[in-house]
Design a protein. Sequence first.
Length: 399
Amino acid sequence: MFGKSKLALALVLALSAPAFAADTPGVTATEIKIGGVFPFSGPASSIGLVGKGVLAYVQLINDRGGINGRKINYIAMDDAYSPPKSVEHIRKLVDGDEVSFIFSQLGTPGNTATAKYLAVKGVPSIAIVSGSSKFTNVQDYPLTITGLVSYDVEGQIYAKYLTRTVPTGKYAILYQNDDLGKDYVNAFRTFLKSDFEKRVVTAAYEVTEPTVDSQVVNLKSSGAEAFFIAGTPKFAAQAIRKAAEIGWKPTVIIDFPSSSIAGTLKPAGLDKSVGVIVGTTNKDPTDPKWTNDEGMKAYLAFFEKYLPGADISNTSYLTGYQQGILLEQILKQCGDDLSRANILRQAKSLKDVEIATALPGIKVNTSAMNNMVWTQMRLQRWNGTSWELFGDVLDAASE
């Protein structure tokens, strides 16, 4: 009996005491090893550039001397937006490389495929680049922090906007046939309730399809006055371009993952994209209005040094930069306790964090019951040369 009591006491002490470098996977006195998975190739390679932004910011951190005396060894792998490859890479990062945690893994399919394995291994997955609403369920995903506004919140913001601006017309939705696209459709369904079936026509596409031209033609034939594209940049660009080519002129909204000028609007045609609307959390680095903004000046200096020759209009890099700032903030809050438990705790203890490249009024707040880094957006409209912001800061509760 006494032996069991001593064992129980030892377990309590082990779980409650801070875990320092020697006890923690991926952590030494001079390094912390962190893993990430991105679609650097494949159909979503444009948004895979988020990973390049993270890598560049980690280099900046290391050039400054690291955090609390430790350099970051960030291992980023390419899954080509293929879930089986995501699983393969995550297993290697955890079992082979023995990373401390996963940071900024990009893509709903890949995160879905690896979540259970990471949970079994007790490895936190911080600031995943997915807005899938299922990941915001803290009870189901206790080790996950999301790094995008949830697709449910974003979708309802668009549905509210359309009910004000196109109050009686039909809405067409082109969606990627996975959790990403379906979440947006469900957001419209939740908001419109019984009106959904009467007012919304949908068409799905697979990421393996070469084009979405036929879907766009079919959606036009519905007579819809608004067109929401819920997918990734390659297909959003095709849809915008095809709608213009066939003379369809609805109110066009795209989702945040497709909001890059370089990744979506340029391939679609900047002229063909005039009038396109999207929600965002960020300042646009190509917009002259931010020329004298201190946060943007710092980003432009970073970009010139660490991403020379890259296209600044591709805001996937900016997303990666902001992810890097979050990583830095979390690790600073951890101090010398780099146990997985404390990393998760600090990621869920972000209080009114202001990221200088985010829009004014948008702050980061997380808690034990809120695992979403971003919950607010503003709408913006493409005018042919830049994004024009309009309206107030919005969230799920906004009218």
